[in-house]
Design a protein around this ligand. Sequence first.
Ligand code: SAH
Ligand code: MG
Length: 213
Amino acid sequence: MRKEVDKKTQYIKNLFSIEECDTLKKIKNHFGDDRDLISIGSEEANILKFFLQLHKSKKILEIGTLIGYSSIIIAKSIPDEGFVCTIEKDPMHYKIATQYIKEANLSEKIFPLLGEASLVLTTLTIIDFDVVFIDANKNGYCDYLSWCDKYLKKGALIIADNTFLFNKVYDNDNNEKTTENMRLFNERLSNKEKYTTILMPTNEGLTIAIKNF
Ligand code: SAH
Ligand code: MG
């Protein structure tokens, strides 16, 4: 799935990847197949950590838990009083994530929520998040952005993974619905009146936007 890393990426990885605790190492080898590559990589983890620290973020919403890798990274990157609410629709992923979160002693800082994100979002009582990290079904990104537009405060961060959509967004011959949706997501975030946005050229594409309204 992920391409072999070039020398430049390897150099950056060697110097600046985050330290992985035992639980994170276990998560990265949990399935023993390609599914282990779905979580963010350790270099993207460092980018997340950097921005969360710079932004002094405390209240985080994650959409797409998988088995908890990014949730744990985020929880470890924010102050003690901070917390992460993370939404996952697959009961098996949710269960495994909950176990790893417990193992990492982060049960009081990470709150896994089971369900379809679009539904869970309507039930949230806390909507005053500092950051939303979008990393679930790629067709849902525009809806999640609309939720952010409606509920997030000015100055909040919207972070989204896989915004190159596996190199499809810049392939002009690709007109799949999901590709069109991801293009629309990126185009909406390119509105300079509303957001200050960077699309970090990681392998997968990591978009980081400041909401300015
Ligand atoms: N953020 C994780 C990776 C998430 S992978 C990490 O980096 O460690 C995407 C996850 O989103 C999968 O576990 C998938 O089951 C979940 N997902 C997909 N569609 C969803 C939806 N509509 N609502 C909630 N979760 C969803
Ligand atoms: Mg991802």
